[in-house]
Ligand binder design. Structure first.
Ligand code: HEM
Length: 232
């Protein structure tokens, strides 16, 4: 249980930051920052995001990170417990299956033609583009956690971790691309993986910039967080 989140959560976190560092990421960041500020005009998002999830744009952003950066592209093996008939063929009991989560997350018939575009808005009902391509009510919003009775057992915890991390990063920093274009992140889910044979994606190195929005506030938030998590 503990080791399961060690590479998956950082993989999503790092590549979510990569998305925010791109030119398109500047628009997303601005929208996310405004959504945070309008939900918490008194400026206490840093602490409140631990207790509640009330910023739909950030929730949508996290879902899009999980879809676009499918960090476990081929899920864990499953063995069928009975014969399965499929398209005229019988797959015998005892067959090993691997779910291709990457293919499911990039399925145009489900997500629409812009599957290669990082677009949190696809998860916001009011801004679904009106093309009817994304069937929001049809169940699993993405396959980043696999699917079915053996899908990720830590998905709720991981969702909370990613939500809190991105809220805090976005309120604290303005994120920009690297000074040198050669240091830009690879923005394709499969090509961005430094070890394509690994179970979980290992992001290739890239650089980006973090500009502190308000040094005084950031130091105060960090000091308060350290105090709150201090061991007696
Ligand atoms: C963003 C972070 C995470 C991602 C993307 C992720 C993804 C996945 C995927 C794709 C599977 C396989 C599901 C399938 O084959 O259908 C899985 C299984 C699992 N995950 Fe995660 N995971 C994440 C975080 C975590 C965390 C934080 C924990 C625990 C604290 C965890 C615990 C597990 C366990 C125990 C299983 C095996 C479930 C089973 O076989 O019944 N995961 N995860």
């Amino acid at each position: 249980m503990v080791s399961a989140g060690l590479d998956t959560v950082p993989g999503n976190l790092v590549m979510g930051l990569a998305s925010l560092s791109t030119p398109e990421g500047q628009r997303i960041q601005q929208k996310a920052y405004e959504a945070i500020q309008s939900t918490y005009p008194s400026g206490d998002a840093w602490h409140r995001c631990l207790d509640e999830e009330r910023i739909p744009y950030i929730t949508a952003f996290v879902k899009e990170v999980l879809r676009y950066w499918t960090v476990i592209p081929i899920c864990l093996p499953r063995v069928s417990v009975k014969d399965i008939e499929w398209q005229g063929a019988v797959i015998p009991k005892g067959t090993t299956f691997y779910m291709n989560a990457y293919a499911a997350d990039y399925d145009r018939s489900y997500f629409g033609d812009d599957v290669y575009t990082f677009r949190p808005e696809r998860y916001l009902k009011v801004e679904d583009g009106g093309d009817g391509a994304f069937k929001e009510e049809a169940g699993t919003p993405h396959y980043g956690y696999g699917a079915g009775s053996r899908m990720c057992a830590g998905s709720h915890l991981a969702n909370r971790e990613l939500f809190v991390a991105f809220v805090r990063l976005i309120v604290a920093f303005e994120m920009v691309g690297p000074e040198n274009a050669a240091d830009k992140p690879v923005m394709d889910c499969l090509d961005a993986n430094a070890i394509p044979t690994s179970l979980t994606m290992e992001p290739k190195s890239f650089k980006m910039g973090f500009k502190v929005r308000d040094q005084e506030k950031l130091e105060k938030w960090i000091a308060e967080s350290e105090e709150n998590t201090k061991h007696p």
